[in-house]
Design a protein around this ligand. Structure first.
Ligand SMILES: *Cc1c(COP(=O)(O)O)cnc(C)c1O
Length: 425
């Protein structure tokens, strides 16, 4: 497997873009390899500039739940593009996408489309503050909610491996109202509510944490958050940018039976094009401009081409509910093979089509146990798999995404590579 072209491109890229990339995790900093420059992707496979083909478990970090270049999605995009790329005016497509989301996700009675998950979360927090007339929010250590100033506190994702967990350039004033609790630790939340009575606008959580690797909520944890927010007049925000449409058609709120006040969406909702959304209770969303006093806007919000990709993706999911059982079966089979191959050397967390292998012998249930992982071992494993045509996230703290396009044979090839790696240990 050669990497001549990727290597040359990476070198040139570094002259023009910080680290040669437009999002830090892509630089392969924590695995010490040359990032693959991608030329095409189709189904479960991704192809690089040197012509190497890989089974892809990054799936563009989540959006490609149907696999890459799903024909229905590509066709919808082509048709939309031929009618113009952006109008800056309302369209029927936006109405359809909004209706689809509200049908699939009952907690979302009304929503706003934006262009990224970051924007969705930032806006949801603004609405929560506007609604409660309070400023403080609680987030969890290791949960990632995009790169807006107020949320870059103990964030997950690339912030865990780039050694700048709290970014430079964020004034203290921007994060003074961000309180940090521990995921799966009810007491840590309780204490913050007690110390800040009547001041907490919202609790924001990834219902399944997927930016410190995949960490499942403990039994009753989400219900506890529902309860404590309700008792204290605070809102509960589920950041479903990863879990939305993935854990179930209705996301985590459906899967766990807990109803948040607000939901943020991204990734799958755009089917590979830039879309985000925030929505929830009608009485809260009615505060958004022009109906209410909470300002939020976007030149490309509800972009017709992105919206077409979103509709095609969600319609496919809505009309093929059997996909969810298939995804779960494939992924749990893969998880079982990992467990069999690595035994106690690794912890495998899995739910629906999300999975993580943590190189630690401690069960991973929170931030502390996640970061007990041996990231050097992860880099070694990553490299071994890459050289055998398996494209994984270049970080211990990102999820493995399985798509509807992954075949039996893809899973088998992956299992073989895993077994071969286990022999090297
Ligand atoms: C990816 C992600 C975001 C940010 O979305 P972008 O589209 O990258 O801005 C926010 N929250 C969660 C849970 C995410 O995984």
């Amino acid at each position: 497997m050669t990497e001549t072209k990727s290597s040359a491109l990476f070198k040139e890229a570094q002259a023009y873009m910080p680290g040669g990339v437009n999002s830090p995790v892509r630089a392969y900093g924590s695995v010490n390899r040359i990032p693959r420059f991608i030329t095409a992707a189709s189904g479960s496979h991704i192809t690089d500039a040197d012509g190497n083909s890989y089974i892809d478990y990054v799936c563009t970090w989540g959006p490609a739940l149907l696999g890459h270049a799903a024909p229905a999605v590509v066709q919808a995009v082509q048709e939309a593009a031929s009618r113009g790329l952006s109008y800056g005016a309302p369209t029927e497509g936006e109405v359809r996408l909004a209706r689809l989301v509200t049908e699939l996700m009952p907690p979302v009675e009304m929503l706003r489309l934006v262009s990224s998950g970051t924007e969705a979360v930032m806006s949801a927090i603004r609405v929560a503050r506007g609604f409660t007339r309070r400023n403080k929010i609680i987030k969890f250590k290791g949960c990632y909610h995009g790169h807006s100033d107020g949320l870059l506190v103990k964030a997950g994702s690339a912030a865990l491996t780039t050694a700048v967990p709290d970014s430079a350039g964020v004034p203290q004033g921007c994060t003074k109202d961000t309180l940090v609790a521990l995921y799966n630790d009810e007491e840590s939340v309780q204490r913050l509510f007690e110390a800040n009575r009547g001041e907490i606008a919202a609790v924001i959580v990834e219902p399944v944490a997927a930016n410190m690797g995949v960490v499942l909520p403990a039994d009753g944890f989400l219900a506890f958050l529902r309860d404590i927010t309700q008792k204290n007049g605070a809102l509960l925000i589920f950041d479903e940018v990863i879990t939305g449409f993935r854990l179930a058609p209705g996301g985590a709120s459906e899967r766990f039976g807990v109803k948040p006040d607000l939901v943020t969406l991204g990734k799958i909702i755009g089917g590979g094009l830039p879309v985000g959304a925030y929505g929830g209770r009608r009485d809260i969303m009615q505060l958004v401009s022009p109906l209410g006093p909470v300002y939020q806007a976007g030149t490309l919000s509800g972009n017709p081409v992105s919206v077409a990709a979103g509709i095609a993706t969600l319609e496919t999911l809505a009309s093929h509910p059997e996909l969810y059982a298939e995804l779960e079966a494939k992924t749990s089979r893969l998880a079982a093979s990992y467990r069999a191959a690595f035994g106690r050397r690794a912890q495998v967390n899995q739910i629906a089509s999300l999975m993580s292998v943590f190189w630690t012998d401690r069960p991973v249930t929170d931030y502390e146990s996640a970061v007990s992982s041996d990231t050097g071992r992860y880099a070694d494993y990553f490299s071994f798999m890459l050289d055998r045509g398996i494209y994984l996230a270049p970080s211990q703290f990102e999820a493995m995404f399985v798509s509807a396009a992954h075949t039996e044979s893809d899973i088998e090839q992956t299992e073989q590579a895993v077994a071969a790696y286990a022999k090297t240990l």
